[in-house]
Design a protein around this ligand. Structure first.
Ligand code: PR8
Length: 477
């Protein structure tokens, strides 16, 4: 029986939930709200996602691991930061039956766990820059509606980078470098994004400014999929991170931090999945290629001899490949691997072998190609097909984001567009907090942020003051 996933566009929640279950990604029945179990297949996807990200970070950053518990005195030190997280922290108050002298927070993020240590590590400018990252679980007692992978209370895949620099300029450059790393990463996964500078009232607590990546989900709401923050010297002041410069004077260090989460997996699923289920970009697929031998009794040995050799060949070339030899109908196998999102299926039957052919079926567009089997070129053919799948997924996902991004020039259109079409609406804006907050309330939308634009002699479409930016607004997750 064919499983009905639901309507991705019109009932995204149902569709998403069904994919998570049918493709065996996570089990969300764990008896604590906002916490789920990664299943073996989901864990594989998560692992390849992290490998892809960490490979990019490793070029210029080092991996570390800090403790999960933060003393209350440290968490509370940075006033604005703690205010941003005070309603979201989980607390450990007892060791066994004994009350602890000081309660300990389960990290909601790791600034206040790392920076007291950075203060010990930084002495002179020779100790800078520090560029480290860790992939850990963090805890946030979210009060908005929780959703698997999208808004969780235990973020199981929190990849956070923290850097310390001698100068303002270096910190600004690191923000740009962080943005480039995330762009490359999202591009490899074919996840579309719009980048904007978050408004003052929505920046990371304690930061100078926040640059954010937002993806438009199938239902038209946006999901924040990554953020890069310039922390200035705020935390350096609080945690006393100072270095001695060439003249022997003490100066405050400049910091940045940036992070991604489980949401990346949600974004991949939402961007590429369809009515057949999951559709994975090759870079994170547990199996990039599935070989299905078409076995007829009398020709079984011949087919399996061929497919075993093919599997061995692909595997030696570094392609993640699996062969499905189960004694069930080929149609059932096709259906299952399609549901699981495997990018490429190879079918081989006795007649194909006699004609020296193999059949390639792409998961992204269903195209079926009969290609000549030539042992010297087959690896290139398969790798080219996998690359073409990546490109096609990315192109289609970007098209969706572009088609759902609208530029308007009056308030009436803002409201109509958001309500009828969803997506991101852009317009000339003054950038003032009062004006922005009023708009959010009037139209029941969120100001995602601003983009620089060539706006001379233009007025804010809301308050009529001089416009300085393009505002991006949407309904958000
Ligand atoms: C920082 N400090 O923490 P950020 N469920 C899933 N994903 C989430 C959730 C949640 N409840 N909350 C946030 N995210 C900085 C940077 C260290 C690293 C995801 O920044 O609070 C969002 O995609 O902005 C967000 O962009 C990212 O974690 C980083 O969180």
């Amino acid at each position: 029986m064919i499983f009905y996933y639901g309507d991705k566009m019109n009932n995204f929640n149902e569709w998403f939930h069904n994919i998570l279950e049918e493709a065996e990604i996570i089990d969300s029945r764990y008896p604590i709200k906002g916490m789920s179990v990664w299943l073996p297949r989901g864990f594989q996807i998560r692992k390849h996602m992290l490998n892809t990200l960490e490979e990019l970070l490793d070029v210029d950053h080092e991996e570390v691991l800090f403790p999960m518990l933060i003393p209350e005195s440290e968490l509370a030190k940075e006033a604005i930061h703690v205010k941003g997280f005070e309603d979201e922290a989980y607390w450990v108050t007892k060791g066994g039956k004994r009350e602890l002298n000081e309660q300990l927070a389960l990290r909601p993020t790791s600034e206040t766990s790392m920076y007291p240590m950075f203060s010990l590590w930084v002495r002179s400018h020779m100790d800078l820059p520090i560029k480290v990252y860790q992939t850990v679980n963090t805890f946030r007692y979210e009060t908005k509606h929780t959703r698997p992978l999208i808004r969780v209370r235990e973020i199981t895949t929190f990849n956070e980078t923290h850097t310390v620099h001698a100068t303002v300029q270096e910190a600004v450059e690191e923000v740009e470098a962080g943005i480039e790393i995330y762009k490359t990463f999202f591009d490899e996964l074919g996840i579309p994004y719009s980048i904007s500078k978050r408004p003052e009232w929505d920046k990371f607590p304690g930061s100078l400014y926040t640059m954010a990546f937002d993806m438009i989900m199938p239902d038209g709401k946006t999901l924040q999929i990554g953020t890069v923050h310039n922390l200035g010297t705020t935390f350096a002041k609080t945690f006393d991170i100072q270095y001695e410069n060439d003249e022997g004077e003490h100066e405050l260090a400049h910091q940045t931090c940036y992070g991604l989460s489980d949401r990346v997996i949600a974004a991949v699923i939402a961007a590429h999945g369809d009515e057949k289920g999951l559709c994975l970009p090759p870079v994170i697929a547990p199996e990039q290629v599935i070989i299905v031998p078409i076995i007829f009794k009398e020709k079984e040995d011949m087919v399996l001899e061929f497919t075993d050799k093919l599997e061995e060949q692909l595997s030696s070339a570094g392609i993640r490949v699996k062969q499905d030899k189960r004694d069930i109908r080929p149609g059932k196998k096709y259906y299952e691997w399609e549901q699981r999102g495997v990018p490429l299926r190879i079918e081989v039957g006795p007649r194909d072998i006699e004609n020296n052919k193999i059949v390639l079926i792409r998961r992204d567009n269903g195209n079926k190609d009969f290609v000549d089997y030539d042992s010297t070129t087959i690896i290139d053919t398969i790798n080219d097909t996998l690359d073409s799948i990546t490109d096609n997924l990315k192109t289609n996902a970007n098209k969706f984001q572009d088609n759902k991004t609208f530029i308007v020039d009056n308030l009436d259109q803002v409201k109509k567009t958001i309500n009828k079409k969803g997506g991101i609406v852009k317009f000339n804006w003054c950038g003032n907090t009062d004006c922005g907050k009023q708009m959010e309330e009037e139209f029941d939308i969120d100001v995602l942020g601003t983009q620089e634009a060539d706006i001379e002699d233009k007025k804010c479409i809301h308050c009529g003051e001089d416009a300085h930016f393009m505002a991006l607004v949407s309904k958000t997750y």
